[in-house]
Write a protein of this length. Structure first.
Length: 250
């Protein structure tokens, strides 16, 4: 029986391509016991604003010698600030009311001390409650992987009995297909090309923003704009919008 696995570091309210990979996997593993990278998607993402896009950043300090799972959140006022930011720029979107309770719970009803816990909770909730995904989730720490870099990743995949691995396209520069072949694991690089655009509240259109933008603007049709378009020509109710090439992500 084929077991398709994806392994990615957790990101802060990631873009739709992240959830496209989750959709394709039987098991999605958060890979947060690895080096934290500064100025990346781990603690920040972009939202749409009238002037284009703006960064929404969780304050985690400047230390680099940390694993993602050990990155603490330095202050708490950011939670109210992020809540107000989403309310300010998305309250006019057609499906913002459907997202408001999730955002309220995320920012006003819970206190987050670790970045990884925040990211994983938000990703699981969006995948399950908004996109209807049945993918199983796990954390690489559960498998105590050994080795470094590719050897460590392969150790995780062997531990879960993976027969197929889905990787983000940026990994082409450092992933060795022969190593996967030797391990008996099929390797697939995800393509982010072809995503249809949707009716964003502010122009110009941008594919690379947080999934929250899609949820607020497309609502129940969100899954169509991530993976459904590959099987169906158009959602039940969709505005005709031009197609824009997606920017590269993990």
């Amino acid at each position: 029986m084929t077991c398709t696995v994806a392994v990615l570091q957790s990101n802060y309210l990631p873009w739709k391509g992240y959830f496209d990979i989750i959709h394709d996997a039987d098991l999605f593993i958060f890979y947060d016991d690895v080096q934290y990278t500064k100025n990346d998607w781990r603690n920040r993402n972009k939202g749409k604003v009238p002037a284009g896009t703006a960064w929404i950043t969780v304050p985690v300090g400047t230390g680099l010698d940390r694993r993602i799972c050990a990155v603490g959140i330095r202050a708490q006022r950011w939670q109210v600030k992020h809540w107000k930011t989403f309310r300010q720029y998305y309250s006019g979107s057609p499906y913002y009311p459907d997202c408001a309770e999730f955002l309220r719970e995320l920012y006003l009803e819970r206190r987050w001390n670790l970045l990884s816990e925040l990211n994983q909770h938000a990703i699981r909730t969006i995948a399950r409650d908004f996109l209807g995904l049945k993918t199983r989730f796990a954390d690489s720490r559960s498998y105590a992987p050994k080795g470094r870099r590719l050897a460590r990743l392969l150790d995780v995949l062997r531990a879960v009995g993976a027969s197929r691995y889905i990787s983000g396209p940026s990994a082409r520069t450092y992933v060795d297909p022969e190593a996967f072949g030797a391990a008996g694991i099929e390797l697939e690089f995800k393509s982010y090309d072809g995503y249809p655009s949707y009716a964003q509240q502010y122009l110009p259109f941008d594919h690379s923003v947080t999934i929250v933008d899609l949820l607020c603007n497309a609502g129940p049709a969100a899954a169509f704009y991530i993976w459904g378009w590959r099987q169906h020509p158009e959602p039940l109710s969709a505005s005709a919008t031009p197609q824009v090439r997606a920017e590269p992500h993990d």
